[in-house]
Design a protein. Structure first.
Length: 91
């Protein structure tokens, strides 16, 4: 989390955010609701409070939720699970 003061915006996985002392409900510009589909991979989009309403950052939030990005994220998730299962590798 040391990098946050030096960047305009950060996409942070839930695990990293929690380990860095962030509170999803208080610190995130946007967070995904937890349900059976999302509970394994929640990401947090965070920025400085002074930049929360900037049009470019709000556009990024919209793009993150586009079907193209959803497809990409799901494909990466499938690849990761395949590697873990068949190659015995994990992060």
């Amino acid at each position: 989390m040391r990098i946050l003061p030096d960047v305009d915006l950060a996409l942070i996985s839930n695990t990293v955010a929690l380990e860095g002392g962030l509170n999803v409900l208080k610190d995130a510009l946007y967070y995904e609701e937890v349900n059976e589909e999302t509970k394994e991979s929640i990401n947090i989009l965070a920025t400085k409070k002074s930049r929360v309403k900037e049009a470019k950052l709000l556009t990024l939030v919209e793009l993150y939720h586009s079907s193209t990005i959803e497809f990409y994220v799901n494909a990466l998730s499938l690849i990761r699970r395949w590697i873990e299962r068949f190659c015995g590798l994990s992060e």
